[in-house]
Design a protein around this ligand. Structure first.
Ligand SMILES: C[S@@+](CC[C@H](N)C(=O)[O-])C[C@H]1O[C@@H](n2cnc3c(N)ncnc32)[C@H](O)[C@@H]1O
Length: 245
Protein backbone atom coordinates (compact mmCIF):
# COMPACT_ATOMS: atom_id res chain seq x y z
CA UNK A 1 0.00 0.00 0.00
CA UNK A 2 1.28 3.48 -0.88
CA UNK A 3 1.80 6.20 1.75
CA UNK A 4 -1.39 7.95 0.69
CA UNK A 5 -3.41 4.71 0.89
CA UNK A 6 -2.21 4.29 4.49
CA UNK A 7 -2.85 7.90 5.55
CA UNK A 8 -6.49 7.78 6.63
CA UNK A 9 -6.17 6.26 10.12
CA UNK A 10 -4.58 9.46 11.47
CA UNK A 11 -7.92 11.23 10.93
CA UNK A 12 -10.26 8.28 11.55
CA UNK A 13 -12.71 10.12 13.82
CA UNK A 14 -12.98 13.23 11.63
CA UNK A 15 -13.21 10.96 8.59
CA UNK A 16 -16.19 9.12 10.02
CA UNK A 17 -17.91 12.28 11.22
CA UNK A 18 -17.42 14.41 8.12
CA UNK A 19 -17.07 12.31 4.97
CA UNK A 20 -20.30 11.60 3.09
CA UNK A 21 -21.85 8.15 3.18
CA UNK A 22 -23.02 6.96 -0.26
CA UNK A 23 -26.42 8.27 -1.38
CA UNK A 24 -29.08 5.68 -0.35
CA UNK A 25 -30.49 5.71 -3.92
CA UNK A 26 -27.10 4.51 -5.18
CA UNK A 27 -27.26 1.50 -2.86
CA UNK A 28 -30.77 0.72 -4.09
CA UNK A 29 -29.48 0.84 -7.68
CA UNK A 30 -26.49 -1.41 -6.92
CA UNK A 31 -28.10 -4.04 -4.74
CA UNK A 32 -30.12 -6.89 -6.15
CA UNK A 33 -31.94 -7.26 -2.80
CA UNK A 34 -31.07 -6.54 0.84
CA UNK A 35 -31.41 -10.25 1.63
CA UNK A 36 -27.83 -11.11 0.67
CA UNK A 37 -24.31 -11.47 2.05
CA UNK A 38 -22.44 -8.29 1.27
CA UNK A 39 -18.74 -7.49 1.40
CA UNK A 40 -17.71 -3.87 2.06
CA UNK A 41 -14.12 -3.88 0.77
CA UNK A 42 -11.71 -1.15 1.93
CA UNK A 43 -14.44 -0.35 4.44
CA UNK A 44 -12.63 2.39 6.37
CA UNK A 45 -14.68 3.50 9.37
CA UNK A 46 -17.78 1.74 8.04
CA UNK A 47 -19.74 4.58 6.40
CA UNK A 48 -20.94 2.20 3.68
CA UNK A 49 -21.46 -0.76 6.04
CA UNK A 50 -23.74 1.35 8.22
CA UNK A 51 -25.61 2.70 5.19
CA UNK A 52 -26.15 -0.89 4.05
CA UNK A 53 -27.46 -1.85 7.48
CA UNK A 54 -29.84 1.14 7.30
CA UNK A 55 -31.12 -0.22 3.96
CA UNK A 56 -31.98 -3.51 5.68
CA UNK A 57 -28.93 -5.58 4.70
CA UNK A 58 -28.43 -7.91 7.65
CA UNK A 59 -25.31 -9.79 6.62
CA UNK A 60 -22.45 -7.32 6.06
CA UNK A 61 -18.81 -8.29 6.31
CA UNK A 62 -16.25 -5.47 6.17
CA UNK A 63 -12.58 -5.84 5.21
CA UNK A 64 -10.19 -3.01 6.09
CA UNK A 65 -6.40 -3.05 6.52
CA UNK A 66 -5.95 0.06 8.71
CA UNK A 67 -6.29 -0.78 12.43
CA UNK A 68 -7.37 2.75 13.40
CA UNK A 69 -10.07 2.92 10.73
CA UNK A 70 -11.27 -0.61 11.58
CA UNK A 71 -11.46 0.26 15.31
CA UNK A 72 -13.96 3.06 14.55
CA UNK A 73 -15.87 0.68 12.28
CA UNK A 74 -16.11 -1.97 15.02
CA UNK A 75 -17.18 0.60 17.63
CA UNK A 76 -19.87 2.31 15.50
CA UNK A 77 -21.15 -0.56 13.37
CA UNK A 78 -21.91 -3.27 15.93
CA UNK A 79 -23.83 -5.52 13.53
CA UNK A 80 -20.96 -5.65 11.04
CA UNK A 81 -18.28 -8.38 10.97
CA UNK A 82 -15.02 -6.43 10.65
CA UNK A 83 -11.97 -8.31 9.34
CA UNK A 84 -8.37 -7.20 8.89
CA UNK A 85 -7.35 -7.72 5.27
CA UNK A 86 -6.75 -6.17 1.90
CA UNK A 87 -8.43 -6.23 -1.49
CA UNK A 88 -5.47 -8.17 -2.83
CA UNK A 89 -5.86 -10.90 -0.18
CA UNK A 90 -9.49 -11.03 0.91
CA UNK A 91 -9.85 -13.17 4.05
CA UNK A 92 -13.01 -14.97 2.84
CA UNK A 93 -13.68 -18.35 1.16
CA UNK A 94 -14.41 -18.79 -2.56
CA UNK A 95 -17.98 -17.96 -3.69
CA UNK A 96 -19.00 -16.77 -0.23
CA UNK A 97 -20.70 -13.41 -0.96
CA UNK A 98 -23.49 -12.12 -3.23
CA UNK A 99 -22.14 -8.61 -3.65
CA UNK A 100 -18.87 -6.75 -3.21
CA UNK A 101 -19.18 -3.00 -2.77
CA UNK A 102 -16.18 -0.68 -2.69
CA UNK A 103 -16.70 2.93 -1.56
CA UNK A 104 -14.07 5.55 -2.41
CA UNK A 105 -11.32 2.91 -2.25
CA UNK A 106 -11.04 1.08 -5.61
CA UNK A 107 -8.41 3.59 -6.79
CA UNK A 108 -6.10 2.43 -3.98
CA UNK A 109 -6.16 -1.23 -4.99
CA UNK A 110 -3.83 -3.23 -7.23
CA UNK A 111 -6.52 -3.79 -9.89
CA UNK A 112 -5.15 -7.06 -11.31
CA UNK A 113 -4.96 -8.75 -7.93
CA UNK A 114 -8.09 -7.17 -6.45
CA UNK A 115 -10.23 -8.10 -9.47
CA UNK A 116 -9.05 -11.72 -9.24
CA UNK A 117 -9.85 -11.79 -5.53
CA UNK A 118 -13.30 -10.21 -6.02
CA UNK A 119 -14.05 -12.78 -8.75
CA UNK A 120 -12.99 -15.55 -6.37
CA UNK A 121 -15.19 -14.53 -3.41
CA UNK A 122 -18.29 -13.57 -5.46
CA UNK A 123 -20.91 -16.15 -6.34
CA UNK A 124 -21.76 -16.29 -10.09
CA UNK A 125 -24.43 -13.66 -10.77
CA UNK A 126 -23.13 -11.55 -7.89
CA UNK A 127 -22.60 -7.81 -8.18
CA UNK A 128 -19.40 -5.79 -8.03
CA UNK A 129 -20.37 -2.20 -7.24
CA UNK A 130 -17.86 0.65 -7.09
CA UNK A 131 -18.84 3.97 -5.54
CA UNK A 132 -17.20 7.31 -4.99
CA UNK A 133 -18.87 9.99 -2.85
CA UNK A 134 -17.63 13.56 -2.49
CA UNK A 135 -18.67 17.19 -2.36
CA UNK A 136 -19.81 17.90 -5.93
CA UNK A 137 -16.89 19.31 -7.98
CA UNK A 138 -19.39 20.28 -10.69
CA UNK A 139 -20.38 23.19 -8.38
CA UNK A 140 -18.01 26.18 -8.66
CA UNK A 141 -17.25 26.88 -5.01
CA UNK A 142 -16.65 23.17 -4.30
CA UNK A 143 -14.23 22.85 -7.25
CA UNK A 144 -12.35 25.91 -5.97
CA UNK A 145 -12.40 24.52 -2.40
CA UNK A 146 -10.73 21.39 -3.76
CA UNK A 147 -8.03 23.53 -5.39
CA UNK A 148 -7.28 25.74 -2.37
CA UNK A 149 -7.65 22.73 -0.09
CA UNK A 150 -5.16 20.70 -2.19
CA UNK A 151 -7.62 17.81 -2.52
CA UNK A 152 -6.02 15.73 -5.26
CA UNK A 153 -7.98 12.73 -6.50
CA UNK A 154 -5.83 9.74 -7.44
CA UNK A 155 -5.58 9.17 -11.21
CA UNK A 156 -7.89 6.14 -11.34
CA UNK A 157 -10.79 7.80 -9.45
CA UNK A 158 -13.62 9.17 -11.66
CA UNK A 159 -13.91 12.94 -12.11
CA UNK A 160 -17.43 12.85 -10.56
CA UNK A 161 -18.75 15.29 -13.14
CA UNK A 162 -20.41 13.00 -15.68
CA UNK A 163 -20.60 9.56 -17.29
CA UNK A 164 -17.64 7.37 -16.51
CA UNK A 165 -16.46 3.85 -16.97
CA UNK A 166 -14.18 1.51 -15.07
CA UNK A 167 -11.82 -0.75 -17.00
CA UNK A 168 -11.32 -4.12 -15.34
CA UNK A 169 -8.24 -6.14 -16.31
CA UNK A 170 -8.54 -7.99 -19.65
CA UNK A 171 -10.25 -11.38 -19.34
CA UNK A 172 -11.85 -10.66 -15.94
CA UNK A 173 -15.04 -12.75 -15.62
CA UNK A 174 -17.49 -9.85 -15.44
CA UNK A 175 -20.22 -8.57 -17.76
CA UNK A 176 -20.47 -5.04 -19.19
CA UNK A 177 -20.44 -2.19 -16.70
CA UNK A 178 -22.89 0.67 -16.29
CA UNK A 179 -22.62 3.89 -14.33
CA UNK A 180 -24.96 6.41 -12.69
CA UNK A 181 -24.54 9.47 -10.52
CA UNK A 182 -26.75 10.49 -7.59
CA UNK A 183 -26.88 13.99 -6.09
CA UNK A 184 -28.13 15.38 -2.78
CA UNK A 185 -27.30 18.27 -0.46
CA UNK A 186 -26.60 18.36 3.28
CA UNK A 187 -26.34 21.23 5.77
CA UNK A 188 -22.95 21.33 7.50
CA UNK A 189 -21.27 23.72 9.94
CA UNK A 190 -18.79 25.89 8.02
CA UNK A 191 -15.97 24.67 10.30
CA UNK A 192 -16.86 21.06 9.45
CA UNK A 193 -16.61 21.79 5.72
CA UNK A 194 -13.09 23.07 6.39
CA UNK A 195 -12.24 20.05 8.57
CA UNK A 196 -13.56 17.67 5.87
CA UNK A 197 -10.85 18.94 3.51
CA UNK A 198 -8.31 17.74 6.08
CA UNK A 199 -9.50 14.11 5.77
CA UNK A 200 -8.17 13.68 2.20
CA UNK A 201 -4.97 11.70 1.81
CA UNK A 202 -3.34 14.43 -0.30
CA UNK A 203 -3.68 16.74 2.73
CA UNK A 204 -3.01 14.14 5.45
CA UNK A 205 0.38 13.38 3.94
CA UNK A 206 1.50 17.04 4.02
CA UNK A 207 3.74 18.31 6.86
CA UNK A 208 1.79 19.78 9.82
CA UNK A 209 2.48 23.42 8.90
CA UNK A 210 1.28 22.85 5.32
CA UNK A 211 -1.89 21.18 6.64
CA UNK A 212 -2.54 24.23 8.86
CA UNK A 213 -2.08 26.51 5.83
CA UNK A 214 -4.54 24.39 3.82
CA UNK A 215 -7.13 24.74 6.58
CA UNK A 216 -6.55 28.50 6.79
CA UNK A 217 -7.06 28.96 3.05
CA UNK A 218 -10.08 26.62 3.01
CA UNK A 219 -11.69 28.58 5.88
CA UNK A 220 -11.09 31.88 4.07
CA UNK A 221 -12.59 30.44 0.88
CA UNK A 222 -15.73 29.13 2.60
CA UNK A 223 -16.25 32.46 4.40
CA UNK A 224 -15.78 34.52 1.24
CA UNK A 225 -17.58 32.32 -1.29
CA UNK A 226 -20.44 30.94 0.76
CA UNK A 227 -20.67 33.31 3.69
CA UNK A 228 -23.28 31.35 5.63
CA UNK A 229 -23.08 29.01 8.59
CA UNK A 230 -24.41 26.34 8.31
CA UNK A 231 -23.53 25.73 4.67
CA UNK A 232 -25.67 23.74 2.22
CA UNK A 233 -23.10 21.36 0.70
CA UNK A 234 -23.89 19.57 -2.57
CA UNK A 235 -22.68 15.96 -2.66
CA UNK A 236 -22.45 13.47 -5.50
CA UNK A 237 -22.15 9.69 -5.49
CA UNK A 238 -20.77 8.15 -8.68
CA UNK A 239 -21.65 4.45 -8.92
CA UNK A 240 -20.59 1.72 -11.36
CA UNK A 241 -21.73 -1.89 -11.39
CA UNK A 242 -21.03 -5.13 -13.18
CA UNK A 243 -22.12 -8.75 -12.70
CA UNK A 244 -19.86 -11.77 -12.08
CA UNK A 245 -20.31 -14.25 -14.94
C1 LIG B 1 -10.99 6.95 1.19
S1 LIG B 1 -11.05 5.64 2.33
C2 LIG B 1 -12.69 4.95 2.03
C3 LIG B 1 -13.24 4.24 3.24
C4 LIG B 1 -14.69 3.81 3.14
N1 LIG B 1 -14.89 2.80 2.14
C5 LIG B 1 -15.61 4.99 2.92
O1 LIG B 1 -16.34 5.02 1.95
O2 LIG B 1 -15.61 5.90 3.74
C6 LIG B 1 -10.02 4.41 1.58
C7 LIG B 1 -9.88 3.17 2.45
O3 LIG B 1 -9.25 2.15 1.67
C8 LIG B 1 -8.38 1.45 2.51
N2 LIG B 1 -7.38 0.78 1.66
C9 LIG B 1 -6.28 1.31 1.08
N3 LIG B 1 -5.62 0.37 0.37
C10 LIG B 1 -6.34 -0.79 0.50
C11 LIG B 1 -6.19 -2.11 0.00
N4 LIG B 1 -5.16 -2.43 -0.80
N5 LIG B 1 -7.10 -3.04 0.33
C12 LIG B 1 -8.17 -2.70 1.12
N6 LIG B 1 -8.36 -1.47 1.62
C13 LIG B 1 -7.46 -0.52 1.31
C14 LIG B 1 -7.79 2.52 3.43
O4 LIG B 1 -7.24 1.98 4.60
C15 LIG B 1 -9.01 3.39 3.68
O5 LIG B 1 -9.73 2.98 4.82
Amino acid sequence: MSGRARAFGAAADDYDRLRPAPAPEALGWLLPSPDVTMLDLGAGTGLLSRALAAEGVTDVVAVEPDDLMRAVLAARGPGVRALAGTAEEIPLPDRSVDAVLVASAWHWFDHERATAEVARVLRPGGVLGLLWSAADPGVGWIAELGRVGRVEAPRSAPTMTGEFTVELPAGAPFGPGESRTFRRSTWMAAEDVVAMVGTYSSVLTLPADAQAEVRRRAREHVEQQVGTDPVLVPFVTAAWRTVRE
